[in-house]
Design a protein around this ligand. Structure first.
Ligand SMILES: NC(=O)c1ccc[n+]([C@@H]2O[C@H](COP(=O)([O-])OP(=O)(O)OC[C@H]3O[C@@H](n4cnc5c(N)ncnc54)[C@H](O)[C@@H]3O)[C@@H](O)[C@H]2O)c1
Ligand SMILES: [Zn+2]
Length: 352
């Protein structure tokens, strides 16, 4: 199966696409290895895909946003010390974005860096977060405020894990897949529109193709900007309003779903500014984004003041205005940093 080789200033790494889970047996090449596995994944796959790990040294870790912080990290440090973790150990994590963030942070800090292998098991982690080197922890009520840049040395993608994902988590991942396909240009937009029914039916081949394309698009935006100071910022399309919606909904709306709404709102602002045509915005809304929403889009129940306050707290904002990444008809991304609360309000009102 195919491999994507990624060059990083931190260390080069590889993403391996797999047809089955035989790669797990290959982990015996790491003499000192310790698995950290998402508790739900272990419950669902411990006697199936992951049966080869029955006798392996492992930590089964329950995940939640409330544990994706320094307390969760300290818990994991303690567990690793109980397992006599040494500098030459390889940490192998199996799970979604939360397991990735906690174990990645631990791997980057314990003994100033452990070898780390990641097996993503959610669509969001397979199609988006597994590359890009970021580890992120929540601090108090601030999401992803603390973090490091630390790539795993190897990533293994087996789409069979996705069959057991709850619909809610699957659609959340689809939000990021849609974002990356839009950012990939006209060909990937058309490919996504054609593949959408198969993707929603969780067809393995369609999913693998979409994951591969998503990662290649993400990679193209990271090129030359690994540490997110310029071009990579455009990947924040849908995230400026999306993060605010996550905060205001008290995280009841999962990340990728909030990103879908964020793209719809960003597109409305882009139409108002003459950056995007009404026709293209409608096409994106009807063919791409609308079908991915797991709930009826109704923003009038939220407070506009809270949206604006949350957008002002965006950790990437440096000036006075509100920041938003938008897409144009020519699929050129633009980052606008003088968006006004009135523009957001007008866009939000169109979803009331
Ligand atoms: N570091 C990064 O670059 C980056 C990028 C995007 C998002 N994130 C973070 O990732 C997190 C979201 O990731 P996520 O959507 O993968 O969520 P997650 O890790 O919380 O997983 C979602 C749910 O799915 C369960 N699960 C995992 N694999 C499963 C499977 N195969 N079958 C059934 N259930 C399974 C988990 O136990 C959890 O309940 C957020 O905390 C977000 O901030 C990080
Ligand atoms: Zn995201």
């Amino acid at each position: 199966m195919s491999v994507i080789a990624i060059q990083s200033k931190l260390r080069d790494y590889t993403v391996h696409f797999q047809n089955d889970v035989s790669f797990i047996e290959g982990f015996t090449r790491f003499p000192q290895r310790l698995f950290v596995i998402d508790e739900n994944v272990w419950k669902l796959h411990g006697t199936g895909c992951l049966a080869a790990l029955a006798d392996s040294e492992r930590i089964i870790f329950p995940v939640s946003e409330e544990r994706k912080n320094l307390v969760g990290v300290m818990e994991l440090y303690d567990r690793l010390m109980e397992c006599s973790a040494k500098k030459n150990m390889t940490l192998i994590s199996i799970g979604g974005g939360i397991i990735q963030d906690i174990t990645g942070f631990v791997a980057s800090t314990l003994y100033r860096g452990l070898n780390w292998v990641f097996v993503p098991t959610t669509l969001l982690a397979q199609a988006d977060s597994c590359i890009g080197s970021k580890t992120s922890l929540n601090y108090k009520r601030f999401k992803n405020l603390i973090g490091t840049f630390y790539p795993p040395s190897e990533v293994y993608i087996f789409s069979g894990f996705l069959q057991t994902l709850e619909k809610y988590d699957f659609l959340s991942g689809m939000g990021e897949v849609a974002k990356l396909h839009i950012m990939g240009g006209n060909d990937s937009i058309s490919a996504f529109a054609v593949a959408l029914p198969a993707l929603l039916g969780r067809d393995d081949d369609a999913i693998l193709l979409a994951i591969h394309r998503s990662l290649m698009v993400k990679l193209s935006y990271m090129e030359g900007d690994e540490f997110d100071t310029g071009r990579r910022n455009w990947l924040n399309y849908g995230h400026c309003f999306g993060h605010a919606l996550e905060t205001v909904s008290d995280y009841a709306i999962p990340h990728g779903q909030a990103v879908v709404v964020g793209m719809l709102v960003a597109n409305r602002v882009a139409v108002q500014r003459g950056l995007l045509s009404e026709v293209f915005a409608q096409r994106l809304a009807e063919q791409f984004l609308g079908p991915l929403l797991d709930f009826k889009l109704e923003l009038s129940g939220y407070s506009m003041v809270e949206f604006i306050t949350a957008m002002r707290q965006d950790k990437k904002r440096v000036g006075d205005g509100l920041v938003m990444v938008m897409v144009t008809d020519a699929i050129v991304m633009v980052k606008v940093d003088d968006v006004t609360p009135e523009e957001i309000e007008m866009a939000v009102q169109s979803f009331s």
